[in-house]
Design a binder for this molecule. Structure first.
Ligand code: ARG
Length: 588
């Protein structure tokens, strides 16, 4: 199905043509005077010069051609030359019916789906997830789902930070605590134990302590660098220990991401491309791209049009060590080989803007990717506390993601218990589901690049632009449909009739924006557009609900039609929240 504005513009274009003007003038837009009309066309003004006529004359000619139109029930020419339009209810009905009959609500699928890799999450092994990770996970998951919904072939990759100094720090920290471990015995030849010599909580303690110590104690730092070197060069004990760190940490990460409905297709990381690095380095040298500067191997990525400084992209440090850039570039090389993606989308916080600019330029220049491979980076803002500074725990520490989720669930539980009669365990289960919507919607409804304030009270409210409000609206629809069934109705093959009142028509007009919205959410990588749409849709529905007797409607055909409208609205809302990465409970 075409976008509604394109359908309307086509009809309008025909009227322009019939009146002797160019069809292209018939561009229809949403009205900016909703008190006067639903849509409008300003083509008569645009054509005035070309046809040497007063705009109002052109508008009058066109309006005359629209008399009896099946699409517009009203097309009025007003000074100085606007065409004010109202849709025919019958026509709107036909569009809603087309939508309702399609699992994708009239979204046209691409002829050749693109292969897209979304690189998000980006957790660092051995470090607990903290609030700083929520945005990458939540926004990335939604972007992955949007790309999938519009018909592309999408792979989500967590791209773990699992190979750098942080691993050396953990190993050194562990060495200090448990020097007797067999992993540190260089003469040990036997098999290493299957069980990890630490728990996840121990691991989470070791990293921050080791990191702090390395800043004060140069000897400790040197030992950590040495351990990193040994790990990367394949020292047996270090590798075995690293494997344990990976297993314990990944299991914990899966649990945490899982509680946010975040799932990755690939659990790859920086370490996966270690063996590709020498080959990539040789390739970059042989191609004449990389050269030695101050001992380091670099690729120039400056361009003539640059207005700000663009440092070269460093491939290897002077001691030959690989960097964050190195593994990212090698990952691009590996992805091209394994998946040949048309596009890669990366999500990190805004501070990595320059970094990704360098990496992308380097990948293009060195032809690690094709000329038409699209490399995109989306930088997101910070989640702040009420004080406008990055969100902290009450005592000023870094908030763990787990605890943030726990607090939100508790607050949601409290709100659900307030004024609702629900058994405690049901309320708990419902609160768990709704809390995820509160967190995710609170994040996703902001344009990603902006900072936002985490306001638990607002996010968990059932009123306003919030996740719980959207879910509440869905649950309300489901409960009406359930009652309809209890009263003997069937939800199969319900026939839609043309809108019977203004609020019903307004709801339908909001519905038919769906494919336009989803297309632009995809093109602009903008989940907040999905949020804005469902907020408007939920409002339009609730307005309709207050204006219209549904189950009390006496005319049976009309009642069925109202339920059918509710049914399609509910399906659209549920698809949208699925794309945003949360779900609705049955009751709340
Ligand atoms: N681990 C990185 C960090 O904590 C994020 C990884 C993002 N993805 C990438 N391909 N560089 O900053």
């Amino acid at each position: 199905m075409k976008k509604i504005l394109d359908l309307l513009s086509e009809e309008m274009g025909q009227a322009f043509e019939a009146a002797g003007y160019e069809a292209a003038l018939g561009k229809v837009t949403i009205s900016n005077r909703p008190d006067l009309c639903e849509y409008q066309c300003n083509g008569a003004m645009a054509g005035a010069k070309q046809y040497k006529k007063a705009p109002i004359m052109i508008a009058n000619d066109v309006a005359a051609k629209l008399e009896g139109s099946k699409v517009f029930k009203e097309a009025v020419a007003v000074a100085p030359g606007f065409l004010n339009l109202k849709l025919s209810e019958e026509y709107l009905l036909s569009v809603v019916k087309t939508m309702a009959a399609d699992a994708k609500f009239g979204m046209e699928m691409p002829e050749t789906p693109k292969k897209i890799i979304v690189d998000y999450g980006g957790a660092n092994v051995a470090k607990p997830l903290h609030v700083g990770h929520i945005r990458s996970a939540v926004i990335g998951e939604s972007i992955k789902r949007i790309c999938r919904f519009v018909g592309h072939d999408v792979i989500g990759d967590v791209h773990l930070g699992d190979w750098g100094l942080q691993m050396g720090l953990v190993i050194t920290g562990l060495n200090e605590r448990k020097p007797e471990l067999v992993y540190f015995d260089e003469n040990y030849q036997g098999e290493y134990p299957v069980e990890a010599p630490f728990t996840v909580s121990e691991l989470e303690e070791i990293y921050p302590a080791a990191s702090a110590k390395s800043k004060e104690d140069p000897e400790f730092k040197a030992a950590a660098m040495e351990a990193t070197f040994k790990l990367q060069n394949g020292e047996r004990g270090h590798r075995a220990l690293w494997k344990h760190i990976m297993n314990v940490s990944i299991e914990d990460l899966k649990k945490n991401y899982g509680s946010l409905n975040v799932e990755f297709d690939l659990w790859k990381g920086e370490s996966d491309v270690h063996d590709l690095i020498p080959e990539m380095v040789d390739y970059m040298k042989a191609g004449g791209y990389a050269y030695i500067s101050d001992g380091a191997l670099v690729v120039d990525v400056k361009e003539e049009t640059d207005t700000k400084e663009m440092p070269p992209c460093m491939i290897l440090k002077s001691d030959g060590a690989a960097l964050y850039n190195t593994t990212d570039l090698a990952t691009i090389m590996e992805r091209m080989r394994l998946y040949a993606p048309d596009e890669m989308i990366y999500l990190t916080d805004k501070r990595q803007a320059l970094y990704f600019e360098q990496v992308f330029r380097c990948a293009k220049k060195t032809k690690l990717v094709n000329d038409d491979t699209k490399l995109q980076w989306l930088g997101f803002g910070t989640m702040n506390g009420a004080d406008g500074k990055p969100f902290k725990t009450r005592d000023g520490g870094v908030m763990r993601l787990e605890n943030l989720i726990r607090d939100t669930k508790e607050e949601m539980f409290r709100k659900i218990q307030e004024g609702r009669q629900m058994k405690e365990d049901e309320a708990k289960a419902v609160a768990d589901i709704v809390a995820i919507s509160a967190l995710k919607y609170g994040d996703l409804s902001n344009q990603a690049s902006k900072d936002y304030v985490f306001d638990i009270d607002r996010f968990t409210s059932f009123e306003g632009d919030t996740g719980p409000y959207i879910l509440y609206t869905i649950v309300r629809m489901k409960s009406i449909m359930n009652k309809f069934v209890e009263q003997g109705g069937s939800l199969d093959n319900l026939q839609l009739l043309a809108a019977g009142n203004e609020s019903e028509k307004a709801l339908e007009m909001q519905l038919v924006q769906f494919n336009t919205m989803m297309q632009s959410a995809y093109e602009e990588i903008a989940p907040h557009k999905v949020c804005a749409y469902i907020y408007d849709l939920a409002n339009a529905f609730n307005h309709f609900y207050h204006e219209t007797k549904i189950l009390g409607e006496e005319n049976e055909e009309r009642k069925q039609s109202l339920i059918a409208l509710l049914q399609v609205t509910c399906r659209v809302l549920e698809s949208c929240i699925d794309v945003l990465g949360f779900e609705a409970p049955e009751r709340m």
